[in-house]
Each structure stands twice: as structure tokens, then as C-alpha cells.
Ligand binder design. Structure first.
Ligand SMILES: [Fe+2]
Ligand SMILES: [Fe+2]
Length: 389
């Protein structure tokens, strides 16, 4: 047999084969868990999930460290409270709902978390469009679960926003009246099945690059929600990548469909990181408050660098003739997205803005009876409990 295994016969052969496969797996994807835990596909997350886990560990550490002077919260004057707030942020501790915070910090967070929550909910629509037309039972089940995850993300985020003293009803109302925004990416249509793959790979991929640093955001409830969300998003990205991989290794028509989807989603995905740093309005203060940790352009670059290698594995091309490695910068040079188009879509003039918000308004109207029934049940329950007490 050529090895010192003490197991004889068939079992020995199996062990030997297992070891060989394990070594191959280790060489192939740089880990020794590929076959052990049954991963079905080498994932594209580029180490981001590791960063989420590190952020989670840091969050636990911070919770155990505590901060000297925390007692200064009650009855203190504003200067003392402000000092405490600054000290918490500088020590990489978390601001919690019970803590004093500057009004601008609270408002910035409400705006950002609400916009994020709205994006999760509106983001259910482009892919929801394909649930009835998914090409197989397996694809349908995965897509259903994915779209349902996005509803869950919206829920965690509305709950995180509510800790800042605003109600979910108010936030939903602001979305429906167009007073708060959602990510402009969801105003683009999903024309083919391959778009579901492109959304998972590129749109969820860009979302993760954006959101992993938010796992270290200074506001505790937001950071904790982001950890859970990022873990789920990494699976969303993986499923999109796997759809594209299957299509690009299928018939010429399937490969062309995958390429067409990437051609249409690439630049809108780059635009998800927002305007370039030179034109970004909220960044500096958000960085100082440790809500934001990297600039729009830094995150966009990171995303581009990740996607180039992944596109090669997919056997598909990113639609940018000027994409090339820059030895000096140790990063890829790339063509910027059309920021004028981004601004037009944000202002309401994208291909599907009207359709998305109309659909959300209708769903909200049609769900009124559910909200009323839940409120009536809660009221009855309260009366029952009071009577029993
Ligand atoms: Fe999500
Ligand atoms: Fe997602």
C-alpha cells in the first residue's frame, strides 16, 4: 500500500484515498475543509467571511472590556456626556441605545440604517420577478430562501433603527412617500435568469464589501445586525456565482446570457459604492464617528480587485477594456461608472423607480389587514393578561 496505515483491506484503501483527496482539496482551495464539511462549490467571498468572524470576536471583546467612567452617564452635564461618547468611540467600544449621543450622530444613523432597511425590502422585487420562472425546483427553493433572507435583513435593520427612537411605521411611511431613499441598484430590471446570478455575484458581492466594515460600526445594534446579515449575504453571493458558473459552462446560448447579464450589471454595481470621494458629502464625519471605516473609492477598488479573479474562474469577461493590473498601485485600474446616471437614478429617473415604489405601496396596502389583525390580537392579549394578573 505504501503507507503505514494500520487498517487493512478496503477500509485502508478508503483512508488512503481520503488522504489523497484531502491533500488535493487543500491545494485547490487553500483549506482542508472543502471535502470534510461538504462544501458544494469553492466560494467567492475572498476572505470577507473571515473578517466578519473577526469583527464578531472584537465585538465580544469590547463588551467584556467595559470602559472606566461609564457611570458618568446619569445626571451628568452635556460636556461630560460628550467626553464619555468620544472616549467610547476612541476605545473602539460600542455606543448603545441607553447612551447619550449627539443628535447628528443619531440622525445620521437613522438615515443610513433606514436607507439600508428599505434597500433590503425593495431589493426583494427584482429577484422576486424570477421565483415563478426559476428553471428547476432546486433553483426555485434557493431563490425563495434568498428573497426571504432579504425580508429578514430588512426586519433586523428596522429593529436596529427603532433603538434610535424612531418607529418602523414612520420609516416605512417615509419610504412610501419618497422621503427616504433605497439603493439605486434595485431600479434596474431583471431581464433574464442570468440576472439572478449576476445580482447574487455582483450586487450581493458589492453589498458585502460595503457591509463587512459596518460589522465594526460604533453603534452596537447596527454592528450586531450587520454581522448576521453579512454571514447570510456571503451565501447569496455564492449562489449567484454558482448560477453564473453553471451557465458559463453550459451551452453557447447560456454562456452568452451570463455574459450579457454581467455586461448590464457591472457598472451599476460599481455605482453602489456611491459617488467618488471627491464628491461624497457625508463621509468625513461618519469616519470620525466610526460609522464608516473606508471611503467609497477604497471599497470600490477592493470590489474590482476581487471580481477580476472571480470573473476569470467563471470564464466570463468584465465589460471594461481598460481594466488592467497596475504594478505600482498593486491594484487594478478600471473605468469609473457613469455617476451622472447614478444621480439620475437616485433622483427617480431609473428604468424601474416608479414600478418598484408602486409595487411596495400596493403590498403595504394589501397587508393592512394583517397589521390590523396583529394589533387587535395584541390588544386582546394585553386585556387577558391584565385580567389574569
Ligand atoms: Fe440582504
Ligand atoms: Fe442579499
Amino acid at each position: 500500500m505504501g503507507h503505514n496505515c494500520k487498517i487493512d483491506g478496503v477500509e485502508g484503501v478508503q483512508v488512503f484515498r481520503g488522504v489523497v483527496l484531502q491533500v488535493l482539496a487543500w491545494g485547490w482551495c487553500g483549506c482542508n475543509t472543502y471535502l470534510v464539511y461538504g462544501n458544494d462549490f469553492p466560494g467567492p467571498d475572498g476572505g470577507l467571511l473571515g473578517e466578519v468572524e473577526a469583527a464578531e470576536a472584537a465585538l465580544r471583546d469590547a463588551a467584556e472590556r467595559g470602559l472606566a467612567g461609564a457611570a458618568g452617564r446619569q445626571g451628568a452635564d452635556e460636556a461630560t456626556l460628550r467626553d464619555y461618547f468620544t472616549a467610547v468611540i476612541e476605545a473602539d467600544q460600542k455606543i448603545e441605545p441607553r447612551d447619550w449621543m449627539p443628535e447628528a450622530y443619531r440622525k445620521t444613523l437613522i438615515r443610513q440604517i433606514a436607507q439600508h432597511a428599505h434597500s433590503e425590502i425593495i431589493g426583494m422585487q427584482p429577484e422576486g420577478n424570477w421565483i415563478t420562472r426559476a428553471p428547476s425546483l432546486k433553483r426555485k427553493a434557493i431563490l425563495l430562501a434568498k428573497v426571504q433572507d432579504e425580508a429578514g435583513h430588512g426586519l433586523y435593520l428596522y429593529a436596529a433603527a427603532e433603538t434610535l427612537g424612531v418607529s418602523r411605521d414612520e420609516l416605512v411611511q417615509m419610504l412610501l412617500e419618497g422621503r427616504q431613499k433605497y439603493s439605486s441598484i434595485f431600479n434596474y430590471p431583471t431581464l433574464t435568469w442570468a440576472d439572478v446570478g449576476a445580482i447574487g455575484w455582483l450586487v450581493d458581492g458589492a453589498a458585502i464589501v460595503n457591509q463587512v466594515p459596518l460589522c465594526r460600526c460604533s453603534y452596537g445594534p447596527y454592528a450586531r445586525a450587520m454581522i448576521r446579515i453579512c454571514k447570510e449575504e456571503s451565501f447569496h453571493q455564492r449562489q449567484g456565482y454558482e448560477i453564473l458558473h453553471t451557465l458559463s459552462h453550459g451551452t453557447p446560448a447560456q454562456k452568452a446570457m451570463a455574459q450579457d447579464a454581467i455586461d448590464r450589471w457591472w457598472y451599476p454595481s460599481l455605482a453602489m459604492f456611491g459617488p467618488p470621494d471627491t464628491a461624497s458629502t457625508h463621509s468625513e464625519q461618519s469616519m470620525a464617528w466610526k460609522i464608516k471605516r473606508f471611503s467609497n473609492d477604497e471599497l470600490r477598488q477592493r470590489f474590482v480587485d476581487m471580481c477580476v479573479q472571480q470573473a476569470e474562474i467563471l470564464g466570463l469577461t468584465l465589460p471594461d477594456p481598460d481594466l488592467r493590473w497596475n504594478e505600482q498601485r498593486q491594484a487594478y485600474d478600471y473605468t469609473q461608472p457613469d455617476y451622472d446616471e447614478l444621480m439620475r437614478v437616485i433622483k427617480g429617473d431609473g428604468p424601474c423607480n416608479r414600478q418598484r415604489i408602486e409595487h411596495r405601496r400596493r403590498a403595504h396596502r394589501e397587508g393592512a389587514w394583517v397589521r390590523e389583525a396583529a394589533a387587535a390580537y395584541a390588544a386582546k392579549d394585553r386585556v387577558r393578561q391584565e385580567a389574569a394578573a
